[in-house]
Design a protein around this ligand. Structure first.
Ligand code: HEM
Length: 326
């Protein structure tokens, strides 16, 4: 019996996202084992010290890191390096990432301390190439002013859409974790009338109610992102903003039972359905990053912490500081 990480939890009020890349020519396995133990410790401590804060940390592992760490083979069925999706006008770029941390909680202080502990453990063997501090904006709105998350699966549906089942039994209760950092052109979006903004999403702004199909444009975000009731994902997006740097955006994060579901949504948005009918939201949003990770079960992480999970040929892909193989 395996237990999932906190991938099905609802939004926290504060979030820190971190993407780390291992330094070359270093042995990283021991640090990884310590990180797995630390994530378990942080989750237990958060729940014990602040039971109502929803303080959690989810660890995701990228394809190349999986190989370098000698994690089990075969790999999770759909774990690969994300490849760019290029439409006629907009591109979903692919960027590097070995480890991803999704930290959330109602208190920013808890999130800050978790990120600090992770950084202290990893910084000798890896570089943090992306750190985004997200916050809950009013009643769960994106920084563009529309409520984000409404059509997420709820209740018992969440596990069915968010967690791997018997189809990949070795990774049961794991989840595919896909992230993109979007920067919005807030000035251009704000210059639209509210009616025009509503057509971008296909929902009414104040009420958060969906437009009827005969009014909703074919290039509205939800017209393209909705690929049918059988294919859903768990989105946990957070807005972020830095007025001084004029950098306002959405950190898109999704957990899914299959990556192909997310990929189909991205194809619809960037290439269009039919091709050319791309997502109007992209005219106001640039994807700066795009990386696929795998969030294994919590049970897998605790086995990794004790060294029980690695391939028998441990060290094959590891490189010691002097450049030789271990
Ligand atoms: C620029 C970044 C994005 C923003 C600001 C954004 C915002 C929103 C908003 C406001 C909604 C309507 C309310 C809701 O149901 O949540 C929505 C729906 C949705 N979005 Fe996004 N989104 C973004 C990117 C994406 C991406 C990259 C995907 C998929 C890969 C995606 C998948 C979905 C899905 C599946 C829905 C629900 C559609 C439905 O069933 O009605 N979104 N999004």
């Amino acid at each position: 019996m395996t237990i999932s990480q906190h991938v099905l939890d609802y939004h926290g009020n504060n979030t820190i996202f971190q993407v780390w890349v291992f330094k070359p020519q270093l042995s990283v396995k021991e640090a990884f084992m310590r990180i797995c133990a630390l994530v378990d410790n942080l989750n237990n401590s958060g729940q014990n010290r602040f039971p109502d804060s929803g303080a959690t940390c989810v660890l995701g592992i990228g394809h190349d890191a999986w190989l370098r760490l000698d994690l089990p083979r075969p790999l999770p069925l759909e774990l690969e390096n994300f490849r760019p999706i290029t439409g006629a006008k907009h591109t979903a770029v692919a960027t590097a990432g070995d480890l991803h941390f999704h930290i959330k909680g109602s208190q920013p202080g808890i999130c800050f301390d978790m990120a600090a502990a992770i950084t202290a453990t990893l910084s000798t063997v890896a570089d943090c190439i992306e750190e985004v501090h997200g916050f809950r904006y009013w009643d769960g709105r994106s920084i563009l002013g529309f409520v984000d998350g409404t059509e997420n699966p709820h209740g018992d549906e969440r596990a069915g859409f968010g967690l791997i089942g018997d189809e990949d039994a070795a990774y049961k209760n794991g989840s595919y974790l896909f992230v993109q950092k979007y920067i919005h052109n807030l000035m251009a979006f704000s210059s639209l009338t509210v009616e025009e903004q509503e057509k971008v999403f296909g929902r009414y702004k104040m009420s958060d109610i969906e437009m009827p199909d005969n009014i909703k444009p074919a290039n509205a975000h939800i017209a393209l992102a909705n690929i049918g009731d059988e294919f859903k994902i768990i989105r946990d997006n957070m807005p972020f903003g830095n007025m001084g740097a004029n950098e306002m955006g959405t950190y898109f994060i999704a957990y899914a039972r299959t990556f192909s579901t997310v990929k189909k949504m991205l194809d619809n948005m960037f290439i269009g359905s039919p091709p050319g009918n791309y997502d109007r939201l992209l005219d106001f949003s640039i994807a700066k990053t795009g990386t696929l990770f795998f969030a294994p079960s919590a049970t897998f992480l605790s086995d990794a912490a004790s060294g029980d999970i690695f391939q028998p040929d441990t060290g094959k892909n590891e490189v010691l500081p002097n450049g030789s193989s271990s």
